[in-house]
Design a protein around this ligand. Structure first.
Ligand code: NDP
Length: 433
């Protein structure tokens, strides 16, 4: 905290991981101390912060701050998304980059951890303004990334449009047509099923973790928060698996639809019109729209937070438990606070942390990198089948790791330990770097 003041999200992420790793570290204390393994793990290999000037539609120059934190490359090139949201600061990017190390390791694919973004807000901007920002952002970022060094992707506020503008600018400056970004459009190197991957993957893991606990997902009800990329495809896959999803939300309000969320309506509102959820009622007259937050007040079997960090608080956890929730599986990164997580676990709720549960997105990004290297495109079914297998493997790996260290059913500890072991082995083998 003294070394990195004013980075509360980063402290929160490190605290959660280090607490889970206590048992592993205690078993090899001398080695960890001598090699300063934990000290090296929490210090990014490199953090880049830069000016992003661009001209708005009125001819006025705007200035944003850009970030790329290249956290750990022990097991592969840095990989992680670019977040465009006014709340972005170095501490948030570091928390996301730190989590990404373990998540990427859990996928079983050769990718290191990184994250980036800017405090630019794409909301309400014209296409030209978004392009101007993306080109300026990439003009600086392109000096530090490449298909074999660092491969950014989308995240909050960075969808196919932004990735397209950034890819175009990278190619123009570097003269290289290479897989430097993932989440690309299908006509220029994107992978089928990448758009769906995080949401679908979340449901594959949820289904498997329920199965391990002797429960069947079909016939359950769910509350989902968010209405962006992760939320939309989580809802779609949940419905395919026989789950009735009753809620979704955005940054201003939330929807309760007793008949189950209409995914086609949601996609039109959010992906095509880029509008607010207040519009949902026009499509579904029997639904309710409420300002503020409230998705966790609804009685459900599954809670799937898919919006942003720290959106499921202790009081929400108490409400969910009182309503008899079976499982909470995180689609977003760190949506549940530490106290809420502990409360859920202490009350017998199955809890799957984001670094395992939402790893399907980055796993499919790594599959996009493979396809780019091969200069081939795989079918939707091929990618989806690989994704499903990866999520099933993750579920068993985290369950096994928790069991090995005497904490059966503690998937937070399991995910941190399983992700950590591979990275630390690679760091040790590569010497003091
Ligand atoms: P999107 O930008 O597509 O959607 C984010 C959703 O969350 C929107 O509905 C947005 O509301 C809402 N939201 C964002 N910030 C806030 C806030 N401060 N308060 C309340 N609601 C908010 O992002 P994604 O769906 O891609 O990402 C969602 C989460 O999943 C993030 O934590 C991200 O890091 C994580 N994630 C994403 C992956 C991916 O592949 N996309 C992969 C792994 C993790 P509004 O519509 O009003 O903006």
């Amino acid at each position: 905290v003294k070394k990195n003041p004013a980075e509360p999200e980063f402290h929160q992420a490190v605290k959660e991981v280090l607490e889970s790793l206590r048992v592993v570290v205690e078993a090899n204390e001398e080695k960890f101390r001598k090699d300063a393994l934990l000290e090296r793990l929490v210090e990014p290999e490199r953090q880049i912060k830069f000016r992003v000037p661009w001209v708005d539609d009125k001819g006025q120059v705007q200035v944003n701050t850009g970030y790329r934190v290249q956290f750990n490359s022990a097991i592969g090139p840095y990989k992680g998304g670019l977040r465009l949201h006014p709340s972005v600061n170095l501490g948030i990017i570091k928390f996301l980059g730190f989590e990404q190390i373990f998540k990427n390791s859990l996928t079983g694919l050769p990718i290191g951890g990184g994250k980036g973004g800017s405090d630019f807000d794409p909301k309400g901007k014209s296409d030209r303004e978004v392009m101007a920002f993306c080109q300026s952002f990439m003009t600086e970022l392109c000096k530090y990334i490449g298909a074999d060094t660092d491969v950014p992707a989308g995240d909050i506020g960075t969808g196919a449009r932004e990735i397209g503008y950034m890819f175009g600018q990278y190619k123009r400056i570097k003269g290289l047509y290479e897989g430097v970004l993932t989440g690309k459009g299908l006509s220029y190197g994107g992978s089928l099923a990448r758009t769906e991957a995080t949401g679908y993957g979340l449901l594959y893991l949820t289904q498997e973790i329920l199965k391990i606990n002797g429960k069947e997902i079909s016939g359950m009800t769910a509350a989902v928060s968010g209405s962006g990329n992760v939320a939309i495809y989580a809802i779609q896959k949940a419905q395919e698996l026989g789950v009735k999803v009753l809620t979704c939300s955005d940054s201003t309000g939330w929807v309760y639809d007793p008949e189950g969320i209409d995914v086609a309506a949601l996609k039109e509102i959010k992906e095509v019109k880029r509008a607010r959820l207040t519009e949902y009622k026009n499509y579904r007259p029997n639904s309710e729209y409420h300002e503020g937050r409230g998705v966790w007040t609804i009685k459900v079997d599954l809670a799937l937070p898919c919006a942003t960090q720290n959106e499921l608080l202790l009081d929400d956890a108490k409400q969910l438990v009182a309503n008899g929730v079976t499982a909470v599986c995180e689609g977003a990164n760190m949506p549940t606070t530490l106290e809420a997580t502990e409360y859920l676990q202490a009350n017998g709720v199955i809890f799957a942390p984001g670094k395992a549960a939402n790893a399907g997105g980055v796993a499919t990004s790594a599959l996009e990198m493979s396809q780019n290297s091969e200069r081939l495109s795989w079918s939707f079914e091929e990618v989806d089948a690989k994704l499903q297998q990866i999520m099933i493997n993750i579920t068993h790996n985290i369950a096994d790791a928790a069991e090995r260290y005497g904490m059966p059913g503690n998937y937070v500890a399991g995910a941190n330990i399983a992700g950590f072991e591979k990275v630390v082995n690679a760091m040790t083998a590569q010497g003091i770097v």
